[in-house]
Design a protein around this ligand. Structure first.
Ligand code: 6LW
Length: 518
């Protein structure tokens, strides 16, 4: 069978994976977006459903508002041990930031409040040794390992886990000499400890390296064929691969998930964020060999007969299906809760969202798209280069400065949008672009009706805006902008583009939203 990378398209960086029987669980970073840590399930490693968010409550985390930088929820690790799922992660920024873990016995249900850990830095990982000891690895001035003493109790039928003590931080191996050694994961495989990490930075020199030892604190011996995974200095379409995690399937085959990017073209610029890839892993002389041909690369198409669940047996893996990422999507906002694929930026102000039988009312506050504060906005990842998004929107009255619309959004300083607004006391539709400190109004057209369908079409080259009024059959294009200026290389950081529905200084009713893959 052939599968294609990415296995999770759009902004899904720093993947971490664990297996429980025939079930795989995968989590990715979420930065300033809320809820945090999307959680996915698969039985074949290729088809994933989103089943939950690990951080779904304000009591679990407060996101720091410091746009346009990406702060917030960095690089998680998910592990399963004796009936309990653990996710350890960093909330970067703010007084409530730091490293912590949350846990649950049901990954589909609520995860615990955070158990804070007294380590600085980022990229935490947990390792449960078969001798009962638990180790944390992370990255501050270098990559370190420290023992954790955890205790478990059952209170009112619910499991409670505490961290009673942390051991000394031991800097056992700091990679092969590349910059930014980070994202460490510790494993024990056939009696040997393996410390795998990313080096080279999360850009085009990214790579994965590994070392092994017969003792957890080392000394570690570097793999003679490091880096074991990289696409640097190749012509492969997927670039910047790194930050990997390893998993063994129930048949004894090994796999790695890692992040990678797909530039729009040359010069390299990418707008979909860092995406999740899957590569087969074999072992030679006690070292992992990654990639389809063992060449240490991530290919866009991978031929393998080893996926853990044959296609026929996987025909009904999604009984509890919540959301299949990467599919076309329509929301008529007729449930009282936000669909799993929607995010807000920062912890939301819940009073800005009202579900009614007419649709979702966005109560716009004073914060427009360029604000670095909490906005009346919902957004979902751009998962494909080619797509069309449509929003059916109505606004009865529009006060001065009021607007609502549909945007392609990298951050508060890089976004293009189409909106219904008022100019010179007349209702109109407007297309605007902001690229850093440059702002332009592309077009303003008079528009009399209170209802409209706004359309955003994406390609590798451009984002194009159109509208459809009452009784109008074909959308009318009123503006467009280059895709290459809404990219990480131009104005982004660690995230990818989102399609956003928003209101500011006015109320708007959203009746329908659709995202169609072209
Ligand atoms: C993450 C680090 C990295 O913490 O980028 O690519 C950082 N790897 O390990 C943000 O995702």
């Amino acid at each position: 069978m052939k599968y294609t990378n990415p296995i999770l398209s759009g902004f899904h960086p720093d993947p971490s994976i664990c297996r429980v029987g025939g079930d795989f669980y995968l989590v990715t970073s979420s930065f300033e977006y809320f809820p945090g840590l999307p959680l996915f399930h698969s039985t074949d490693l290729v088809h994933w459903e989103q089943i939950n968010h690990i951080l779904s409550r304000d009591s679990q985390f407060t996101l720091t508002k410091e746009a346009p930088n990406s702060l917030g929820i960095y690089a998680p690790t998910i592990r399963y041990h004796k009936g309990v799922y653990y996710c350890v992660v960093t909330n970067v920024g703010g007084p409530e930031g730091g490293n912590f873990f949350v846990y649950t016995t049901d990954p589909y249900g609520d995860w615990s409040d955070p158990v804070m850990l007294p380590f600085g830095g980022i990229d935490p990982s947990l390792f449960f040794d078969d001798n009962g000891k638990v180790y944390y690895s992370g990255t501050d001035t270098g990559v370190f390992i420290a023992e954790l003493t955890l205790s478990q109790a059952t209170v009112e039928g619910r499991i409670q886990i505490r961290c009673d003590h942390v051991g000394e931080q031991v800097y056992a191996w700091n990679g092969s000499g590349g910059n930014n050694p980070e994202g460490p994961h510790l494993y024990k495989i056939n009696g040997m400890y393996y410390l795998m990490m990313a080096e080279g930075g999360t850009e085009y020199c990214h790579m994965v390296t590994i070392a092994r030892s017969d003792s957890v604190y080392g000394p570690y011996e570097a793999c003679p064929h490091n880096p074991i995974l990289t696409n640097r200095s190749t012509d492969l379409p997927i670039k910047a691969v790194g930050h990997a995690d390893l998993v063994e399937d129930q048949n004894g085959n090994w796999w790695s998930v890692c992040l990678g990017i797909r530039p729009l073209g040359y010069p390299f610029r990418h707008n979909l964020g860092r995406e999740t890839m899957l590569v087969p892993v074999t072992w030679e002389q006690g070292w992992p060999v990654m990639g389809m041909n063992g060449d240490g690369h991530v290919d866009a198409e991978i031929e393998t007969s080893l996926l853990p669940c044959a296609e026929s047996a996987c025909s009904a893996p999604f009984e509890r299906s919540r959301y299949l990422p990467g599919s076309s999507f329509t929301d008529t906002f007729d449930t009282a809760a936000m669909h799993l694929s929607w995010n807000t930026i920062y912890n939301p102000d819940h009073t800005l969202y009202e579900f009614t039988e007419n649709g979702l009312i966005l109560h716009g506050n004073e914060n427009g798209l360029s604000s670095s504060d909490v906005k009346s906005l919902i957004c979902r990842r751009q998962e494909h280069f080619d797509f069309t998004a449509r929003l059916t929107l109505s606004m009865e009255t529009i006060p001065e400065n009021g607007e609502a619309g549909l945007a392609i959004y990298m951050n508060n300083r890089h976004h293009y949008e189409i909106a219904m607004t008022v100019v010179d006391q007349k209702r109109c539709l407007i297309v605007r672009r902001q690229i850093g400190s440059l702002r332009a109004v592309e077009s303003v057209i008079a528009y009399d009706s209170s209802a409209v369908v706004l359309q955003l079409t994406g390609t590798r080259e451009s984002y194009t805006f159109a509208y459809c009024g009452d009784g109008q059959e074909a959308p009318v294009t009123i503006g467009s902008g280059e895709a290459q200026y809404l990219t990480t290389e131009v104005g982004g950081c660690f995230t990818g583009n989102y399609i956003a529905v928003y209101a500011a200084n006015a109320d708007a009713v959203c009746k329908k939203f659709s995202y169609d893959i072209q």
